[in-house]
Design a protein around this ligand. Structure first.
Ligand code: PLP
Length: 410
């Protein structure tokens, strides 16, 4: 097999007659149904199973939120909303999507540095919780709230004095544009009290894409400790404690899936003390890619098969303009191949080492670099797994003016 992942995506998506099945439909049939390639397909069953797995392992006191930035497809958000306890948004567009899903406003929170006045005004009008990221933002909220006649529902996003170790993306510790430095939070809490805001609690997000349970446990422990300390200066009871997420998914050969059990066990040990000290606080874990990343594939079609000085290139109609992350240009330091197969001939009758490239006139447009795949020809369907998060919406769709890929939920 060309994907030496210990946890192969082929365990998630069944294969019949050498063809991949998505949501009970063969890939070739699905491609006909979608009507054009390339496309993204997301499998409802896999999303539900992932949430069920979290509910089974995590203590019942943990509230699960979905961070829309991982995948904002409206049908997917609508499907997920009733399965989770809240939604986290980071723009006006995401806020509208979250409200469209029918989620109650007090379960929606808005984080992000650089919220515009329009975004703050919309948040106040919608009655969602604003995770404040600076003193300046707090002052703008106060002005807008007075003008609009609303009492702002707020939480404080804290930039902790630690980071989530060995994370794909570090978003806390040291100087950061996200949140308010922990040491500045107590005086800010006094101001929040004086402004008579409706104070909900804290948001402490320390990193993303982590596959090491011990690192996540350590960050959660430090988060609880920090939150309990800060709570002493709070202008009212802490009703919300968002401890971030950071749960990663395996993308590359050698990546091992995150083991939830030690995280769940540790939370079961720590939660009673947190509940005792902050009896009104809902403890929230916010996840993006962990909920949807493995449930999605990107499918493109072979347009040409070309041999250059002995090396086979499969040239497809899909590429980095649709799937920046799989091309290795979305924050990766060293380019590695996402798991890729020829979806309509998984094993094939013969195999060869090829590079899968897109139609763009740049060497960056590579979906698979020297990978062993079934021998493929024009019209065959190349599948990139682990594409349910940070796919379409995280790609430069306008680059080279090709059509955007379709998206389906099956
Ligand atoms: C991006 C982000 C998330 C989601 O990250 P994943 O790695 O997709 O789980 C959650 N919370 C915040 C504050 C974020 O910025």
């Amino acid at each position: 097999m060309n994907t030496p992942l210990t946890h192969s995506p082929l365990n998630c998506f069944p294969v019949k007659d050498d063809c991949l099945f998505v949501g009970g439909i063969s890939l070739t049939e699905l491609a006909t149904r979608v009507g054009s390639t390339p496309f993204y397909a997301y499998d409802r069953r896999l999303i539900s199973e992932r949430i069920q797995q979290l509910r089974t392992h995590l203590p019942p006191g943990i509230h699960l939120h979905y961070a829309l930035k991982a995948n904002p497809m409206p049908a997917l958000v609508g499907y997920l909303a009733p399965l989770v306890d809240g939604l986290d948004v980071a723009s006006l567009g995401e806020l509208r999507l979250a409200l469209d899903s029918g989620m109650p406003p007090e379960t929606i929170s808005f984080a992000g540095p650089g919220k515009s006045d329009n975004e703050l005004a919309a948040s106040l009008a919608a009655g969602i919780i604003i995770n404040m990221e600076s003193e300046g933002e707090m002052e703008r909220i106060a002005r807008l709230a007075e003008k609009q006649g609303h009492r702002p529902k707020v939480a404080v996003r804290v930039n902790p004095n630690f980071e989530l170790k060995t994370s794909g993306m570090k978003m806390a510790g040291g100087p950061k544009p996200f949140g308010i430095d922990a040491e500045r939070v107590p005086p800010m809490l006094t101001q929040i009290g004086a402004l008579d805001f409706d104070f909900y609690g804290f948001h402490i997000f320390s990193g993303s894409q982590n596959l090491r349970a011990e690192a996540i446990i350590e960050a959660q422990e430090r988060t609880f400790k920090l939150a309990l300390e800060l709570a002493r200066s709070a202008p009212g009871p802490v009703r919300l404690l968002n401890i971030g997420g950071g749960f990663g998914i395996p993308y590359f050969p050698g990546d091992k899936p995150l083991d939830l059990r030690p995280i769940a066990n540790n939370l079961a040990t720590s939660l009673p003390e947190v509940n005792k000290q902050l009896p009104e606080a809902e403890v929230i874990i916010e996840l993006g890619r962990y909920l949807v990343g493995e449930a999605g594939i990107y499918v493109c079609e072979v347009i040409d098969r070309k041999i250059s000085r002995g090396h086979v290139f499969l040239i497809t109609n899909g590429g980095l303009h649709h799937h920046l992350a799989a091309s290795g240009n979305f924050g990766q330091v060293i380019r590695k191949n996402y798991p890729v197969v020829v979806g309509n001939r998984i094993q094939g009758s013969a195999r060869e080492t090829v590079s899968v490239v897109g139609p763009l006139c740049t060497p960056l447009d590579t979906l698979a670099d020297r990978m062993e795949l079934a021998c493929a020809d024009v019209g065959d369907l190349v599948v990139v797994f682990q594409s349910g998060a940070y796919g379409r919406s995280a790609s430069p769709l306008g680059f080279l003016s090709h059509p955007a890929p379709a998206e389906v939920l099956v």
